[in-house]
Design a protein around this ligand. Structure first.
Ligand SMILES: Cc1cc2nc3c(=O)[nH]c(=O)nc-3n(C[C@H](O)[C@H](O)[C@H](O)COP(=O)(O)OP(=O)(O)OC[C@H]3O[C@@H](n4cnc5c(N)ncnc54)[C@H](O)[C@@H]3O)c2cc1C
Length: 373
């Protein structure tokens, strides 16, 4: 048994806390937010992530509010012609042992929070400093208190303090692309076909695309779009955007694609940055996971899925480890995870994933509970 400090109670931090707790470790999660609000929008959970979450015991809570896309479709921006169609739902369940689920980020966090033992998750706890010494790892909170453990996990997202403390400032490059997110009530979708599928409209060139999928049992529909924009590069999840401006960028798209944007009342926007895969994630008793370790552009919609896979593999690396064995366990974890996440980072950036008919097994068929670690 080891004592584990987790900085950040987002998707990856909570999943890691549940897995580590089930293995008998003593876990504390420090989350800066005072509570989870209904911020953000979508999370796409492909079978690789749903399989991992099912074994964590949160499958039922997930399914209470998720949607289950019927297909994964690619369409051409102007004609609407299909260039690929993968059956998901029951077909994915049969092939990979789990379906694809799409869910509001707040509903995913609520499902994970519901599986946390009492007292593990500490809201209103902003980590200001971290470090390690001969006796273990430690973190300091904004209220001045210090907490010690045998291992410290940085699950603190894209602007990770733990990552910069371990490895120095990162060097994100603006892609020149801005992304937009919106959600509308299904009734506003009119005659748009395949609203129960995950559909990507591929634009001319690489900058414009629209992705849509159902949320909340199909009662809500999520829309994601990108386009080129110079001179504005703020990275954030909740910055408001101008819906009229967004519609203007897609005026030449197929009417069904434009109707998706017409149905949104409001949108958030964020500038997309790219970071190179890292060579290492761990130093001694401290490691990182999720967006802290491998921030990626969202073109494969795998950000949350990779954080969930990391959480399970990290917990498995620490299974039955005593305090002296922590540094070696963290080395095993990063050796198991860096090649896969680097491939997804690069593949997301290339933005060709399933544009035409292809085999999704290398992503959807990954089994975090049994992969070698
Ligand atoms: C507010 C918000 C909204 C989002 N909305 C979307 C969305 O709509 N669609 C989408 O695809 N992805 C969204 N994401 C990102 C998505 O959740 C992640 O890409 C993915 O789930 C990877 O998860 P993660 O655990 O690595 O990071 P995250 O889920 O981002 O979690 C990081 C957590 O660490 C906490 N944290 C950061 N610094 C500190 C600190 N110093 N001390 C304590 N806690 C700290 C943050 O508050 C956050 O809860 C959002 C993230 C956030 C934080």
């Amino acid at each position: 048994m080891v004592s584990v400090l987790i900085c950040g109670g987002g998707v990856g931090g909570l999943a890691a806390a549940i897995a580590l707790g089930q293995m008998g470790h003593a876990v504390s999660v420090f989350e800066q937010a005072r509570q989870f609000g209904r911020v953000g929008a979508d999370v796409n959970l492909t079978p690789n992530a749903v399989h991992a979450l099912d074994r964590l015991g949160v499958g039922e809570a997930l399914r209470a509010n998720a949607a289950r896309p019927t297909h994964r479709i690619s369409r051409t921006w102007d004609t609407g012609a299909e260039t690929s169609r993968l059956p998901m739902s029951g077909a994915a369940e049969e092939r990979y042992g789990a379906p694809q689920l799409t869910i509001h980020r707040a509903d995913l966090l609520a499902a994970l929070e519901g599986a946390m033992p009492e007292g593990v998750l500490r809201f209103g706890s902003q980590v200001t400093e971290i470090g390690q010494d001969a006796d273990g790892a430690w973190l300091k909170l904004a209220d001045g208190t210090e907490h010690r453990g045998d291992v410290l996990i940085g699950a603190d997202g894209i602007h990770s303090r733990v990552r910069t403390t371990l490895f120095g400032p990162d060097n994100p490059k603006f892609t020149g692309l801005v992304s937009w997110r919106g959600v509308f009530d299904r009734e506003k979708g009119g005659d748009i076909p395949d609203l129960d599928a995950f559909t990507k409209w591929w634009g001319p060139g690489s900058d414009r695309q629209i992705v849509t999928f159902p949320l909340t049992h199909g009662k809500e529909i999520f829309v994601f779009a990108t386009h080129e924009q110079e001179g504005w590069a703020e990275e954030g999840w909740t910055l408001p955007g101008d819906i009229a401006e967004l519609r203007g960028h897609y005026a030449d798209f197929h009417p069904h694609a434009r109707a998706l944007l017409d149905a949104c009342d409001s949108v958030t926007r964020s500038a997309l940055h790219v970071r190179e895969p890292m060579a290492a994630w761990s130093k001694g008793r401290i490691t990182i996971l999720g967006d802290a370790a491998h921030p990626m552009v969202p073109f494969m919609a795998q950000g949350a899925c990779m954080a969930i896979e990391d959480a399970v593999v990290l917990a498995r690396a620490l299974d039955s480890v005593d305090p002296a064995g922590v540094p070696a366990a963290l080395e095993r974890y990063q050796a198991a995870r860096i090649p896969r996440t680097a491939e997804v980072q690069r593949s997301s950036l290339a933005n060709e994933w399933l544009k035409s008919q292809g085999n999704a097994d290398w992503v959807y068929g990954y089994q975090a509970w049994t992969t070698a670690v």
